[in-house]
Design a protein around this ligand. Structure first.
Ligand code: SF4
Length: 172
């Protein structure tokens, strides 16, 4: 079975000004209508193949970004939409900004722009589909997790610092 022709995406706003989010909505709604290509938006990370991140990651969104990513099954792809998600953009010097999404999770595709144009976002998702196919093929070949950039196997819950919570700690 191939999933490369109908990837499901999930969108998360790390701390965006909403400019890139509006463009993501344009991609998903009838103006650009990516659903005609089988690309569907889901609110459930467990159903998603592609994570679209908009905005820089800040102190409050670190944990959420990680949790969404962790809950997605491998193979999976992350697309940073706009300069803020790619590098922190115009907010990178702000006191609470960590940087782009790649400070927290592996990013596979960077979409330029402020705001990112819908056509560029679609291009980014299409590039992501190619990466997804490579990762899927690597997993089917039995390559290790390290050989599949971005692939992640959920190990368990994490604490506020992002550290793995051990079974002993859970039982306490
Ligand atoms: S890249 Fe521009 S439009 Fe997008 S979230 Fe950052 S400031 Fe807003």
């Amino acid at each position: 079975m191939s999933i490369t022709k109908s990837p499901w995406i999930i969108h998360y706003n790390g701390s965006s000004c909403n400019g890139c989010d509006i463009e993501v909505l344009a991609v998903l709604t009838p103006m650009y209508d990516v659903e005609r290509f089988g690309i569907i938006n889901t609110g459930n990370p467990k159903h998603a193949d592609v994570l679209l991140v908009t905005g820089a990651v800040n102190e409050q969104s670190i944990r959420v970004v990680k949790q969404i990513y962790d809950q997605m099954p491998a193979p999976k792809v992350v697309v940073a939409v706009g300069i803020c998600a790619s590098s922190g953009g115009i907010f990178r010097e702000c006191y609470n900004i960590i940087g782009g999404a790649d400070k927290v999770i592996p990013v596979d595709v960077y979409v330029p722009g402020c705001a990112a144009r819908p056509e560029a976002i679609i291009d980014g998702v299409v590039k992501g589909i190619g990466v997804l196919a490579e990762k899927q093929a690597a997993l089917l070949r039995g390559d290790t997790d390290e050989a599949v950039p971005g692939a992640y196997i959920y190990e368990g819950p994490h604490d506020d610092d992002g550290s793995l919570i051990t079974e002993e700690e859970v039982e306490e």
